[in-house]
Design a protein around this ligand. Structure first.
Ligand SMILES: Nc1nc2c(ncn2[C@@H]2O[C@H](COP(=O)(O)OP(=O)(O)O)[C@@H](O)[C@H]2O)c(=O)[nH]1
Ligand SMILES: [Mg+2]
Length: 250
């Protein structure tokens, strides 16, 4: 029996954004038989490979935010568990990586799209918003400008993404205590104002990197499998609980 069949009875992500059906490994409902591997792709001609592992549901997650906030480093940390220091990893256009997470008994494949924040890539990025199930919006706690631009990013997301896209605000580079110019409370306040979950992360130390992606995956999985009578999964509550339990015991 295929992993897909194991999810028999799931309702489908009826509230999820409408992704194009399966053309790059993630279907409208988040479920698709094709597992694409990572690699640079051209917007109009995604490179497809079937070398990915088994999974039950798949979702598109996009990393967005100003250039230099650490989107690529966050993705590399999550995918490979490493930190790439220096500026030699600048993103050109759009790139993606896959990772399968075990959420409860379900295998959730995240197809994570790394974008370049530069103005010249914006029009390309916009086209991808529509298909995204989740957006991780980053700013850099050592760069006030990147924080100030979050409002503009949220406006843009509102304009181009699906209405029910999962959005999380991440204050990255939390390790850089000496250079910090944006307080954690400021991030919390802004997130509250826009009604999105928030956490600080560090691609350098690994702080909350797994949590950011797994919380998004959990929310998406919950949406795609829930029965109507099931209680709503509370993303921020989950994040707070996980952070409390991590800080209590390590
Ligand atoms: N201290 C610190 N530096 C980071 C972190 N994440 C990224 N950087 C650095 O910030 C710069 C930009 O990172 P990059 O991932 O290329 O940003 P992007 O343009 O958003 O993809 C690089 O020099 C990284 O080494 C982090 O969590 N902590
Ligand atoms: Mg980049």
């Amino acid at each position: 029996m295929s992993r897909k069949k194991a999810l028999k009875g799931a309702k489908g992500a009826s509230k999820s954004p409408k992704a194009s059906p399966c053309k790059d490994g993630v279907g409208k409902s988040g479920k698709c038989a094709v597992a694409a591997s990572g690699g640079a792709v051209h917007p109009s001609a995604p490179s497809i490979s079937t070398s990915g592992g088994f999974y039950d549901v798949a979702f598109k997650v996009m990393l967005v935010g100003d250039s230099g906030v650490g989107k690529t480093c966050l993705l590399v940390r999550f995918k490979d568990g490493a930190f790439l220091a220096g500026s030699f990893i600048s993103t050109v256009g759009i790139d993606f990586r896959n990772k399968v997470l075990n959420i409860d008994t379900i295998k959730v494949k995240l197809q994570i799209w790394d974008t370049a924040g530069q103005e010249r890539f914006r029009s390309v990025t916009h086209a991808y918003y529509r298909d995204a199930h989740a957006l991780l919006l980053l700013y850099d706690v050592t760069n006030k400008g990147s924080f100030d631009n979050i409002r503009a990013w949220l406006t843009e997301i509102h304009e181009y993404a699906q209405q029910d896209v999962v959005v999380m605000l991440l204050g990255n580079k939390a390790d850089a205590t000496h250079n910090r110019v944006v307080k954690k409370e400021e991030g919390e306040k802004l997130a509250k104002e826009f009604g999105v979950p928030f956490m600080e992360t560090s691609a350098r130390s690994g702080l909350n990197v797994e949590l950011a992606f797994s919380a998004a995956a959990r929310e998406l999985k919950h949406r795609s499998t829930k029965e109507p009578e099931e209680s709503k999964f509370q993303l921020q509550d989950y994040v707070d609980r996980e952070m409390r339990s991590a800080s209590c015991c390590h």
